[in-house]
Design a protein around this ligand. Structure first.
Ligand code: SAM
Ligand code: DTB
Ligand code: SF4
Length: 345
């Protein structure tokens, strides 16, 4: 961090705890962040925080483009887990009907449409606790077919074993999405059918298989400020930190236990994006679920804070997302360009 660019940030705030790790597996230096250090960043005066985040962003992302990723729910509803935010849990009455895995041709049609609409990454989501072996075989077929269209592939299928992660890698999987969602201390208030360590184990399996990691969380589940700092510290201290970091604002779905959570102050949401940018400079930070609630001006602040990816297309998994045309207009009004397709993807 260039201190000249961080006018009022004390050194201890602007810098991570240590620069170390002979065992670092990527070119990025491993940096460890304390929860208190992250909290201090979150608490900076708003304009100082955005100044720092924008400086880091310009240094690490000089092209300043915005990645467009399209989501498709390939297996909807009926999930045995009890994640308190999720409309797809079978334990809550949300009106989401359980469906079987989408056939290959429907997945391919959606991927082609996403590519035509300008997306460079296609993410397939399944409401599984953990896929079975035959699910992995079917997903491998779908991943290979989407990859052959020239799209980057991403999947989010629940917990994986190392062997399953390797099978997905062999089929052409570029990214695996598996969110930590909140701080370890708050996790059991959100979901009780699995442990935080289960999430960390899957992330390890994904990394070990050579698949890039997409991992983030949700803001607005009733968490305290220290839990936001705890989530960001967990993400930034992964070694190496994730290549993609989706920051979701809770989409409150009637019937889910967390539907009545107090709405997030939009400026606090922008702060979380800014701290994700500062602590994970080379990550694609995705302004993820909840954009319909944010409005154009707050989204513009999120881009200023360092968000450089969005979901493109009018649906997330089962809830809505801004229409593609509205997003294109917004990017145009802001003079932001969509990212070009990655060669060899
Ligand atoms: N079943 C898999 C799992 O939980 O890892 C994959 C699908 S799950 C729906 C993927 C992520 O979507 C969750 O980890 C959570 O971060 C996000 N998500 C789900 N419901 C949400 C909601 N109502 N608002 C915001 N994000 C949500
Ligand atoms: C992520 O972090 N957000 C996406 C994606 N990864 C899979 C999912 C958002 C889901 C929002 C509620 C829904 O539509 O189910
Ligand atoms: Fe199931 Fe994933 Fe929803 Fe949790 S977030 S209920 S694991 S689909």
């Amino acid at each position: 961090m260039n201190q000249a660019l961080s006018p009022s940030a004390p050194e201890a705030v602007a810098r991570p705890l240590t620069f170390l790790s002979p065992k670092a597996t990527s070119a990025r230096p491993t940096q460890r962040w304390s929860v208190a250090g992250v909290q201090a960043l979150l608490d900076l005066p708003f304009l100082d925080l955005l100044w720092q985040a924008q400086a880091v962003h310009r240094q690490h992302w000089p092209a300043g483009d915005i990645e467009l990723a399209t989501l498709l729910s390939v297996k909807t509803g009926g999930c045995p887990e009890n994640c308190g935010y999720c409309p797809q849990s079978a334990q809550f009455d949300t009106g989401v009907a359980a469906q079987k895995l989408l056939p290959l041709d429907e997945v391919l049609a959606a991927a082609r449409a996403a590519r035509e609409a300008g997306a460079t990454r296609f993410c397939m989501g399944a409401a599984w606790r953990a896929p079975k072996e035959r699910d992995i075989e079917k997903m491998a077929e779908r991943i290979a077919a989407v990859k052959a269209l020239g799209l980057e592939t991403c999947a989010t299928l629940g917990m994986l074993t190392p062997a399953q992660a390797q099978a997905l890698k062999a089929s052409g999987l570029d990214y695996y999405n598996h969110n930590l969602d909140t701080a370890p201390e708050y996790y059991q208030d959100v979901v009780s059918t699995r442990q935080y360590q289960d999430r960390l184990d899957t992330l390890q399996a994904v990394r070990g298989a050579g698949v890039k990691v997409c991992c983030g969380g949700i803001i607005g589940m009733g968490e305290a400020p220290v839990h936001r700092a705890g989530l960001l510290a967990q993400l930034a201290n992964l070694d190496p930190y994730p290549e993609s970091v989706p920051i979701n604002s809770l989409v409150p779905v009637p019937g889910t236990p967390l539907a009545g959570s107090a709405p997030v102050d939009p400026l606090d949401f922008v702060r979380v994006i800014a701290v994700a940018r500062i602590t994970m400079p080379r990550a694609r930070v995705r302004l993820s679920a909840g954009r319909q609630q944010l409005g154009d001006a707050v989204q513009a602040l999120c881009f200023l804070a360092g968000a450089n990816s969005i979901f493109h297309g009018d649906q997330l998994l089962v809830t809505g997302n801004p229409e593609a045309e509205a997003d294109e207009r917004l990017l145009q009004r802001l003079g932001l360009r969509p990212a070009a397709r990655v060669e060899g993807a």
